[in-house]
Design a protein around this ligand. Structure first.
Ligand code: ADP
Ligand code: MG
Length: 714
């Protein structure tokens, strides 16, 4: 149960005085609340200002800078109402001070209000943005007009928030201030030394200060209050990860050993020798499996570094020890591809492998589930072999849904983990049992992000590429030279080459001039005079698979695709990758795409077609890509260019990322939070007592309360 002290923060925003259903709806749009649900007060409080308006500048009319916000003490001289019937001409009020003259300009003016507020001869304060027009100063719709004795009520510094259409600035300001008023004083969860060494205020105080900047420096992510808030958010995350880890380790793992026959069988079925780093990773994993603790290992390896066979050897050991293994992929296409590549190896080694994606017919699914649970093991009749259960199950996240029961799951391999996110990882952990977990990630996440996303996992890295890989020749070409590219493709396919042509994803609703995959495929077909394949996200999985297969088998030599091919798709003899509108793609994504080619023994090239003019970030991305194919370096550069959310793919996956922290900046806070979370769990794994209670509040506050359920279960 959520601690009662948080109740006002988790109530809907319409519980705030002055926020009605209509404002609540616009706030929902602003704060990204799920369709049909109202944002909560806490969401509003975590929406921090991006800028501020400083009204302290009182330069006098003559010295008011163009476009600057100023406050001026002026005397009203005369009114010039819009001429009758010409409402489009504004109403002007002329005022002056010792230094000069100024016009206050009102469109669609409320005459009565103007005459009441600005009577001729009166001295008032006006505050707003000054514009100079033919040597005359004016303020269009001043933000504030105050009588001489009301100056005290002028907000000298106003925060400016990222906005959405249909929301008035003042409405948001008021709602936020009301929210701050209901913000309770929360018990301190951070260690006292941490506060002392950084001079940090308490959480509530920090939040208040973050909403009321006094200087532009207060808006910086490294300002004292924002450091504190970032630390808190990361601490919640790190604490959840530390608790997950403690929970997973608590149920002692089982020792998984075998006689080595199946592992040897898998090795014998491979047409190549493992690289040194693959061997090292296999040794790490088999070592973990043989230990009485649960394994929690991350296998990091660049695209094409050969993670799959490492996973296969690990799964072979699990089966050898008498248990089962599962491999979970982020998409159906990938699950099928894994099943296809692994099946011959599995068969050669005498393993039974099945696939489950949630799309099977009911009867088939039933049979798979029965085989999986080992219920179908009909008594062996003389002369008839009993049906074996399933040794290895490959699938999508459907694998870990309720109702799927393994006879004895020893090892869960999760491919491309960053697509799943923390919540799924917690769900997996909450499954309990003694299942060892191997997470594979194709984006070589920098160390700092390993810590943030995966917490304390053991890490094996595949840093070499399998022998025989050649570097891909990477070129950037402006889109207006597309004809040359097409000629090049034509000559490549005449020599039996295969070409990937990637188009950016276009939302159906979005009206952009981008070529979408469908029209590009049609155009290529016309100029090349031969069939062109097409895969995009809106196609049915079966159609996608069929199209991929036609490409793989060589029936077609050009495949136009959206980024559905990004992750893992394997067509070793593809030699050209064209990426249209390369400026639209992220660095990690471009790197992943390029990794689809250069897998065979022929030279390969990647052609980045870009629209001009190229922005500085897009330019930098293309440069980096041309400089290196070291995924670890690319990931670091990507972090610098784009911030952590994009790298982790949290945005696509829709999992909650950070709202207050930015890992590109808050590295010291990450390290502090990591240390503090570990210490807290080491001392007080059940989160008991006052400090424990404070930490539970923290977990709920940042939506990491799934970890609290682990406490109770454990
Ligand atoms: P990823 O790490 O991207 O998942 P894969 O496991 O799909 O990479 O491997 C990419 C390709 O490299 C596959 O075709 C695989 O058979 C091949 N491969 C893997 N290891 C080796 C090796 N040691 N030597 C040669 N080819 C290998
Ligand atoms: Mg892979």
């Amino acid at each position: 149960m959520r601690p009662p002290i948080l109740t006002p923060l988790f109530a809907g925003v319409s519980t705030l005085a002055g926020v009605g259903p209509k404002v609540a709806e616009t706030l929902g749009r602003l704060l990204g609340a799920p369709e049909g649900s109202e944002p909560r007060v806490v969401d509003l409080l975590f929406h921090l200002p991006a800028a501020m308006i400083d009204r302290r500048n009182q330069p006098g009319i003559a010295r008011a800078p163009e476009g600057g916000i100023v406050t001026l003490k002026v005397r009203v001289d005369r009114h010039q109402p819009s001429p009758r019937g010409k409402g489009r001409i504004p109403y002007r009020v002329f005022v002056h001070d010792d230094t000069g003259e100024l016009a206050l300009v009102y469109f669609h003016a409320n005459r009565e209000w103007l005459q009441r507020t600005l009577p001729v001869g009166k001295t008032v304060y006006v505050s707003g943005e000054v514009a100079w027009f033919n040597g005359r100063a004016q303020i269009v719709h001043p933000d504030h007009v105050l009588a001489e004795n009301e100056l005290g009520s002028l907000p000298l510094v106003e925060p400016v928030y990222p906005m959405t259409a249909g929301l008035a600035r003042k409405t948001l300001l008021k709602a936020t201030d009301t929210a701050l008023a209901v913000l309770p004083l929360l018990p301190e969860w951070a260690p006292a030394v941490r506060l002392a060494e950084n001079g940090w205020p308490g959480f509530s105080e920090a939040l208040r200060r973050a909403h009321h900047p006094d200087q532009p420096a207060d808006l910086e992510p490294i300002s004292v209050p924002r450091q504190r808030l970032a630390y808190d958010e990361i601490l919640a995350d790190q604490l959840a990860l530390a608790l997950t880890r403690a929970h997973m380790r608590r149920g002692a793992g089982l020792v998984r050993r075998g006689d080595g026959r199946i592992v040897a069988g898998v090795r014998a079925a491979l047409p190549f020798a493992l690289t040194r780093s693959q061997e090292a990773a296999v040794a790490d994993i088999l070592g973990d499996l043989g230990k009485p603790q649960r394994m929690l290992r991350l296998l990091q390896g660049d695209v094409g570094s050969g993670k799959t066979v490492v996973a296969m050897l690990a799964m072979a050991r699990a089966v050898e020890s008498g248990s089962q293994a599962a491999l979970m992929a982020p998409t159906e296409l990938l699950a099928r591809q894994h099943a296809e590549t692994l099946r011959p190896i599995a068969e050669a080694a005498g393993l039974s492998l099945a696939i489950l994606t949630g799309r099977e017919r009911a009867s088939e699914r039933k049979r798979i589930l029965a085989d999986l649970a080992g219920e179908s093991g009909d008594e062996a009749l003389p002369g008839i072999e009993a049906r074996r259960g399933i040794d290895i199950l490959v699938g999508t996240h459907a694998l870990f849904q309720e109702g799927i029961v393994f006879r004895d799951l020893a090892l869960a391999v999760v491919d491309e983990q960053h697509r799943f996110g923390v919540q799924q990882r917690l769900a997996l952990a909450a499954k309990g049992g003694a299942t060892d977990v191997l997470v594979m990630t194709a984006t070589p996440i920098p160390r700092s992000l390993v810590l943030a996303t995966f917490g304390d996992m053991d890490v094996s890295q595949l840093r070499e590429k399998p022998a025989g890989r050649r570097p891909v020749d990477t070129r950037a070409i402006p889109l207006d030279r597309i004809d040359e590219v097409i000629e090049r493709i034509a000559s490549a396919i005449a020599k039996d080459g295969k070409v990937f042509w990637v188009c950016p994803l276009v939302e159906e609703s979005e009206e952009t001039p981008l070529t979408d995959a469908e029209s590009r495929a049609a155009a290529l077909k016309k100029v090349l005079g031969r069939p062109v394949g097409l895969v995009h996200g809106r196609m049915k999985a079966a159609d996608k698979d069929r199209e991929m297969e036609r490409f793989r088998s060589g029936e077609i030599s050009v495949l136009v695709a959206t980024t559905v091919i990004e992750v893992g798709v394997d067509v070793p003899d593809a030699t050209i990758m064209v990426i249209e509108h390369a400026e639209r793609f992220g660095l990690a994504q471009l790197h992943q795409l390029r990794g689809r080619i250069g897998r065979g023994d022929k030279p390969a090239s990647c052609l980045l077609l870009y629209a001009t003019p190229l922005g500085p970030t897009a330019k930098r991305r293309i440069e980096i890509l041309r400089e290196t194919d070291d995924g670890f370096r690319i990931a670091e550069e990507d972090l610098k260019l784009r911030g952590e959310g994009e790298i982790l793919g949290t945005r696509q996956a829709g999992t909650p990322g950070y709202r207050l922290a930015n890992l590109a900046v808050h590295q010291p806070q990450l390290e502090a939070a990591h240390r503090d979370a570990r210490a807290a769990v080491a001392e007080n794994a059940d989160l008991k007592g006052d400090r424990g209670e404070a930490l539970r509040i923290l977990l709920y506050l940042f939506g990491r309360d799934a970890a609290v359920r682990l406490l109770r279960a454990g």
